[in-house]
Design a protein around this ligand. Sequence first.
Ligand SMILES: Nc1ncnc2c1ncn2[C@@H]1O[C@H](COP(=O)(O)OP(=O)(O)OP(=O)(O)O)[C@@H](O)[C@H]1O
Ligand SMILES: O=P(O)(O)OC[C@H]1O[C@H](OP(=O)(O)OP(=O)(O)O)[C@H](O)[C@@H]1O
Ligand SMILES: [Mg+2]
Length: 285
Amino acid sequence: MSKLKIAIQKSGRLYEESLQLLKDCGISVNNGKDQLKVSVENFPMEIMYLRNSDIPQYLEDGVVDVAIVGENLLAEKNKEIVIVQQLGFSKCRVSLAVPKDIETDNIQYFQGKKIATSYPNTLKKFLSKNNIEADIHVISGSVEIAPNIGLADGICDIVSSGSTLFKNGLRETLTILKSEAVLAKTSQLSFEKENILEKLLFRIKAVLKAKNSKYILMNVPNEKITDISNVLPVLKSPTVIPLAEAGWSSIHSVIDEERFWDVIDELRENGAQDILIIPIDKMVI
Ligand SMILES: Nc1ncnc2c1ncn2[C@@H]1O[C@H](COP(=O)(O)OP(=O)(O)OP(=O)(O)O)[C@@H](O)[C@H]1O
Ligand SMILES: O=P(O)(O)OC[C@H]1O[C@H](OP(=O)(O)OP(=O)(O)O)[C@H](O)[C@@H]1O
Ligand SMILES: [Mg+2]
């Protein structure tokens, strides 16, 4: 029987959440120490631990079938790879930055300048789209140090919280692209493997949907049930259960994580009491 070969990062920014996602999908991973290839007992899958930067090539060659990788890296390597699902973690951006005493955010600043980066293709594409000619200096890490040691006038690198830029006296000026972890696949997957991928994707979607939603329940006077139901963004219609105390009901529903503070204010204004918000483990709709 076929097994889907999935690559995840061996160590680094993507490792923990990639592994956690697979575990949340019910895939039991028995990590042997320093084992780079692990088989899974309860799902037709084999896991390979690889360097993030090597993954696009392995995907293009079909050495691995699918992988969890940074979207920015796929943009940089520009290979024949299909993004199957955005995963919502390791969010960052690839940006240009300059020493903090340079006041302009104008891209013209970079005309004829030297820029250090680990993402030369992304940078080249962006500069040529904006008719800027610059001298690109490729380094593989610690890019933020380059202006301080006289290696470059600016940098192009990953920014997340911005603290690395700040600590190195730099300032973000222009964002080139936004990135998050994605599930990507090789362009030549067999029918059998596509089926396994479908099953995996079904589970991933249930996990992601649950992560972004909360179960909400509250007590409501019966005459307010309609008002409250109109406020709640529901899947179908809310569940209404009578309480032992006459004239009161308990309303249950699901709301988006992002919206719940706004909704809670409206619910209270409409007479809801004893509001509970509970995390959801999986959500299949
Ligand atoms: N500070 C950050 N915050 C959030 N996401 C990040 C951050 N830095 C990197 N990433 C994302 O995580 C991915 C992996 O980054 P990481 O630094 O762990 O590995 P790497 O240096 O690209 O690779 P390798 O595994 O080849 O050593 C990046 O491609 C990017 O998408
Ligand atoms: O905006 P921040 O939250 O400070 O994050 C940005 C930093 O994170 C990444 O480096 P990482 O720590 O992964 O080290 P690396 O260069 O060794 O990959 C990236 O290359 C930046 O240097
Ligand atoms: Mg890094």
